[in-house]
Design a protein around this ligand. Sequence first.
Ligand code: PLP
Length: 370
Amino acid sequence: MNRAPRLEIDLDKIFHNAHALVQRLDCHGISVTGVTKATLGSPDIANVLLRAGVKSLGDSRIESIESMHDANVVSKMTLIRTPMITQAARVVKCADISFNTEIEVIRQLSVEARKAGRTHRVLLMVELGDLREGIMPDDLVQVVRETLRLPNIALDGIGTNLACRSGVSPDVNNMAKLTELAKLVEATTGQSLNMVSGGNSANLTWALGDAPTGRINNLRLGEAILLGRETLQREPIPGLHTDAITLVAEVIESKIKPTKPWGHIAQTAFGVRRTAKDRGGVLQSIVAIGRQDIDPEGLEATRGIRICSASSDHLVLESTDQKLPIGAEVTFQLNYSALLRAMTSPFVGKLHNHLGQAKSPRRGSLQAAS
Ligand SMILES: *Cc1c(COP(=O)(O)O)cnc(C)c1O
């Protein structure tokens, strides 16, 4: 029996999404690094991405890269968050490339790479306005020079990350700036750059548009592959599946209840004050999942079921048409935030089909190709 709650992961749909994005970006001279962080470095999903043609795998946690390594996933591995200096030895051992923003860390990677008798490749991340990680553009050439002097370190390229902390959109201006910086580095240091990595799923609108892509020859894609959406407006990407991953939870209570709580009203378990309008009696159910496992704001239920609220272990639903039976399963769509938490919860099972064994796509689940 399939236990609940669980994520149902359709590897065929993930393959389709990854393959479609790899093909479309290839026409623009852009390779794809498949980002596995939302799956905690799942070897099954990693292998699907590789079969779909991603050039390398990227994860933000060295632990996940190590587990893919241990599961014999054969790929170039990129650590896409700047390494903790205390993890330098582990990074050098399991990651082929790491993204970096601090020369102090790169020096330590050099020390560890030398001890291990290896060359570690680094990609320098540049700040282009989103104010998360990155070297300030004016400092880039100096950091490149210092990096090039370090033994057992090779400079793979430069990159940037937008639309994560501040929602700054990748566009012709900031992408042209990255191209300009790549040219500047090459002109002033004589070092040619292998990779110029322009960003994440938020870059797709720019990359697949009409504007020239300049020197940018790589994107790192996670969400767009798993959820089939671009991430600036969260619009479905034409031709991709938006339901490759769904969440299933089980009904543990189902009653007609009033909509207005009674008694003196103070804070809820999560520190908010609720005001409820009296709408009379409704069909209220509880499914056995909560904030420990999901972000309730990031769930969408099927027609006729409304998500009302959530505490640690209870998700409260209202159904408009019928009383949900005890033990029944309710299916939800997830956004990235809900997916991340569900993947991380040990209480949520992860169930996937084997590649090529899936039923044909459910009607209406495939976004029309443009
Ligand atoms: C998470 C992450 C990505 C992937 O982002 P998606 O929006 O999932 O495509 C790419 N680059 C960096 C540095 C990241 O941290």
